[in-house]
Design a protein around this ligand. Structure first.
Ligand SMILES: [Zn+2]
Length: 366
């Protein structure tokens, strides 16, 4: 689904990931109040007039594989976890808008959202599984997945209204994702890690590309832990032959089921989520990330608000902002976003940020 989008990401996803790793030991399951995992929404990607990735021979399409694995996964959950309600965004070959997929989960107060997809790349040697959580990461390969998985909105009738002017062809549109509600990031990462662990130990596709972050629209508005699983590459001969076999698709469904069971057990108890940091991919194995340029001179950020008291995470004043800098200067806590090499770059992102924080302005940071 090649829609050309030139996107540049200034946000240093990698250091956020590092920061996250440093905080890992203090994470504990926050539920603790008898909250149980009762409803899971399984989302087989694509469908109807959107086939998703298609094999060279055109014999195999992503939408069929997604649906088959989703139904197998749901059947196992229904059989072995009778206390869990399984809801599918689709059970047949039909088209559903990306936003509606998340809405289905939200309307049903789902506790977990699992979107199932198959990858594809120009480079036929690219292979393996990966599980995404909603987030921003500057790795270009993640952007390839985003372009492919987000481009489907162009097939929808009125996407510019549905997505509040979001334009997959406009890089500035993507900055909005930095301001997203991200209250379930840790749990999403925990589930994604369990999925990748299962794939590594049991999966018919053994190669793991890890747990990743990407601004994926289908996850954007979900109000529960949510992941998008890419179960292999249709563009890779070896992955394709695995995905072509019903028995292998059952194994993949079984892997996701075991991850689900483990997640549910942790979710339902007060046990802390354990995450294996080695699964968190911060760089693409096929294309090493370029080294960061040596820091010299100031960089630029966009200050969104200042407060005399320190705001707690999730405070309404932060409007869902979770990725920001907070500095205490002259008696005020000042909150800023972005990390731009030049004032011009920051200025390009300012209008998008002002939609949410009308008083936002650019600051130079030494
Ligand atoms: Zn897909």
């Amino acid at each position: 689904m090649p829609v050309r989008v030139n996107m540049t990401f200034q946000r240093p996803g990698t250091w956020l990931l590092l920061l996250f790793l440093l905080l890992l030991p203090v994470f504990s399951a926050a539920q603790g109040s008898g909250v149980k995992l009762r409803t899971v929404v399984i989302d087989p990607g694509h469908g109807g007039h959107d086939p998703g990735a298609v094999s060279k021979s055109s014999k195999l399409s992503e939408k069929q594989i997604n649906l088959d694995i989703a139904l197998k996964l749901g059947a196992r959950i229904e059989k072995e976890c009778p206390d869990v309600k399984v809801i599918y965004t689709r059970k047949t070959d039909r088209f559903i808008e990306l936003a509606e997929r998340g809405n289905i989960a939200n309307r049903n107060h789902a506790d977990l959202f699992i979107s199932i997809h198959v990858n594809s790349a120009k480079n036929a040697s690219a292979s393996g599984t990966e599980t995404f959580v909603m987030g921003t990461d500057k790795s270009q390969s993640n952007m390839e997945v985003c372009k492919r998985e987000n481009a489907v909105i162009l097939l929808e009738d009125d996407y510019s209204t549905t997505y509040e002017g979001f334009d997959p062809g406009n890089p500035e549109s993507y900055i909005i994702f930095n301001l997203m509600q991200n209250a379930h990031f840790e749990q999403s990462i925990a589930f994604a890690s369990l999925v990748q662990q299962q794939f590594i130990s049991n999966g018919p596709v053994k190669k793991s590309r890890g747990v990743r972050q990407a601004p994926l629209m289908v996850l954007w508005r979900t109000t529960m832990p949510s992941v998008l699983v890419e179960v292999g590459f249709l563009s890779n001969a070896s992955d394709r032959s695995v995905l072509n076999q019903a028995a292998s698709r059952q194994k993949i469904a079984d892997d996701i089921f075991r991850a689900f069971s483990a997640f549910k057990a942790q979710y339902d108890s007060d046990a802390a989520f354990e995450i294996d940091p080695s699964l968190l991919a911060s760089q693409e194995p096929d294309e090493p990330e370029e080294a960061a340029p040596a820091a010299a001179g100031p960089h630029f950020e966009i200050q969104v608000l200042a407060s005399s008291k320190k705001l707690r995470n999730g405070s309404s004043e932060l409007k869902g902002l979770t990725q920001y800098e907070c500095r205490f200067i002259n008696g005020l806590y000042k909150y800023s976003v972005g990390n731009f090499a030049s004032r011009e770059e920051a200025a390009r992102q300012l209008p998008a940020i002002r939609k949410k924080f009308p008083g936002a302005f650019i600051i130079a940071v030494e």
